[in-house]
Design a protein around this ligand. Structure first.
Ligand code: BES
Ligand code: ZN
Length: 628
């Protein structure tokens, strides 16, 4: 039986916002979330020259785009922006001379921002390569940037700012062609307050002097959603010869301990997926306001500090972000509708890495927990978005499909692995990454590649029609592999037995449980458990005071759904502490939906809101709107 309110990001509505188009675009690669005219001009390189102004909560300076003209007749460049103040626009010629030009900013669309149209002056009519310089500044309401006052940092003495560009937020800190279909190299000069350090998704130097100016190069071409920056009082600790951790000095030691396995993960990943193409792999642990568990910014994954559980139990997120170095960063989804090629592949690679580094039992436990979230998403997500590659245009690329691309994608690849055998499938994995490295790919291109290289090469195992079922039909095919973990099943059964009074609380082998087993236990408690039994289990397992943010998420979601008031104090503190959407959105949803606490949910949100990133605020707002 399922008693749960178990959603995450995806607990949020599937509301079609934005561009008003409901059909998928005609050409597979057209990006309905970008205004850029990428068939006429394409960006090759970006240079950023920016001042970081904490008082004004603004980045100010210039972006210079090296563009290649693909269409001789094209004379207008359209870029994406959102809430940018454009100061001046010019082309650079002959080693720096500026040719001014006309530009205009179109109407602002809530979701997409405003197109910036730039005229190419007649003087440059014959040129194929153009250097376009845009002087601009960001606004405090940038949906990518979060400006944290000192009190929201671990040290409490210095402010900190970080970006989150995926999916379509790069345009709110840089004017550019904001589509995954265009890859660019970039360089940057960043001026900061003297005492702070800047890092980017680029060649960070842990020994860089704190002199108020930092230079970066990213020589590998990346899509715009992987542009990233953070500035704060950051220290560095080495984890291995190619891996290290950046964070505030206060968190450095515990972070280095928690993520000590990063180098081993990198080495396993290379052994299984092919060479790591990006040089170093470092991680950055941000303050608790970071809106995601992790973000795969190349060379420097950004991570939530909620992963620091003190027992290394949540490091699958590191395996995940690292795996994106192949699936996503090296081979990239062509449009947001193809996001399963990033996230499904990555979740599968994460599962393989977890097997390799931590063993099968733990990997299977995580696989089962993921599967249950998937089942939950099938109940709440519109069936037209349940295919891996929906034929209906997405409303919002950040959450239209919930976690379906992740875990259904993972199960599709597990199904292929099992059908063809690990050896054959492993060869396919490296061959796939090799064949599409530095490219973007649509779901249909993937299907053709899969068909040629695997399905038709070894006929009679998996038909093309079966693969299409995974891509286009809701839910799971009937022969999908259902994940199982004996350890979790046992914890689930004990939850049922204890709920019905058939066993005593001191008979629960909770000390032997993994955090995942504890989560599974909580998830299987009976719906009608009386308050005194909730108090017993809270006390016995230390749930309201747990340091494990995933256990806390599960527990407080139950607390909220059941209206168990004795734990509301801790629940409120948890909501205020973490801005990671996955950890808190289900709790708000459960509170607003329990029939009594909608008002309380709004009050708690009002009190915590300033601790949240704009993207998290958006998720919670649409959750609370839905319960109106
Ligand atoms: N790339 C995603 C984060 C993301 C997805 C940001 C879509 C914006 C839009 C990242 O790799 C991710 O999936 N993070 C997960 C962790 C993972 C282990 C499921 C998260 O943040 O929970
Ligand atoms: Zn991911």
């Amino acid at each position: 039986m399922k008693y749960l309110v178990n959603g995450l990001l995806a607990a949020v509505a599937v509301v079609a916002i934005g561009c008003g188009k409901t059909e998928a675009p005609e050409t597979a690669t057209a990006d309905i979330f970008s205004f850029a005219n990428t068939t006429q001009f394409v960006t090759r390189h970006l240079h950023l020259d920016l001042d970081v102004d904490f008082e004004a909560q603004a980045l100010r300076g210039s972006a210079t785009l090296q563009l290649e003209r693909l269409d001789d007749d094209a004379s207008r460049i359209v870029l994406d922006t959102r809430d940018l103040d454009i100061a001046d626009v010019s082309f650079l010629v002959d080693g720096g001379r500026r040719v001014d030009t006309r530009h205009s900013l179109g109407d602002r669309d809530d979701k997409l921002g405003a197109p910036l149209t730039v005229e190419v002056p007649t003087e440059l009519a014959g040129e194929t390569l153009l250097s376009l310089r845009i002087g601009y500044g960001t606004r405090p309401e940038s949906t990518a940037l979060m400006w944290l006052p000192a009190r929201l940092t671990a040290g409490g003495e210095h402010p900190l700012v970080f970006s989150q560009s995926q999916s379509i937020h790069a345009r709110s800190w840089v004017p550019l062609q904001d589509t995954p279909a265009v890859r660019i190299t970039y360089s940057a000069t960043i001026r900061t307050p003297q005492e702070l350090v800047a890092v980017m998704s680029a060649d960070n130097d842990p020994d860089a002097e704190r002199d108020g100016e930092f230079s970066f190069e990213m020589p590998q071409p990346i899509p715009s959603y992987l542009l990233a920056i953070a500035v704060g009082n950051l220290g560095f600790a080495e984890l291995g010869d190619r891996t290290g951790v950046y964070t505030e000095p206060e968190l450095l030691e515990e972070s280095a301990w928690e993520f000590a396995d990063t180098q081993a993960m990198l080495e396993s990943a290379e052994a299984m997926f092919g060479p790591y193409q990006w040089g170093r792999y470092d991680i950055l642990i941000l303050p608790p306001s970071f809106p995601y568990g992790g973000m795969e910014n190349p060379r420097l994954s950004f991570l939530t500090p909620s992963l620091i559980a003190g027992d290394r139990s949540l490091v699958a997120v590191v395996a995940h972000e690292l795996a994106h170095s192949w699936s996503g960063n090296l081979v990239t989804n062509a449009t947001w509708r193809d996001i399963w090629l990033n996230e499904g592949w990555t979740t599968y690679l994460e599962y393989r890495l977890m097997q390799e580094v931590f063993g099968m039992e733990r990997a299977e436990e995580e696989n089962v927990i993921n599967y249950e979230e998937l089942l939950d998403n099938f109940e709440r997500i519109d069936p037209k978005y349940q295919g891996l590659a929906p034929k209906t245009a997405l409303g919002d690329p950040d959450y239209a499909q919930g976690i379906i691309p992740y875990h259904k994608g993972n199960l599709f690849l597990q199904y292929l692995e099992q059908s063809f055998g690990r050896e054959v499938f492993d060869a396919f994995i490296t061959q796939y990454f090799d064949a599409h490295a530095w490219e973007v790919i649509t779901s249909e291109q993937f299907l053709d590649y899969l068909d040629t290289e695997l399905l038709s090469a070894d006929p009679g195992k998996v038909s093309r029609a079966k693969a299409e079922q995974w891509l286009y039909e809701p839910r799971l095919p009937e022969d999908a592999i259902i994940p199982r973990a004996a350890t979790l099943e046992q914890a689930g059964q004990l939850a049922v037995l204890w709920s019905s009074g058939e066993i005593d609380i001191d008979r629960l082998p909770a000390d032997d449980w993994s955090p995942h087993a504890t989560i599974h236990f909580i998830d299987n408690l009976a719906a009608d458990l009386p308050a005194d039994k909730l108090a017993d289990i809270d006390a016995a397992l230390g749930l309201s005071d747990t340091r494990n943010a995933e256990i806390a998420r599960t527990w407080f979601t139950q607390v909220a759904a059941r209206g168990y008031r004795p734990a509301y104090g801790q629940l409120g503190r948890y909501l205020k502490r973490y801005g990671r959407a996955r950890l808190i959105v289900p709790i708000y949803a459960a509170l607003a939906g329990n029939g009594e606490d909608e008002e309380l949910a709004r009050e708690l949100f009002a009190a915590a809101r300033e601790n949240y990133h704009p993207q998290t605020v958006g998720f919670i707002e649409s959750t609370l709107e839905r319960s109106d």
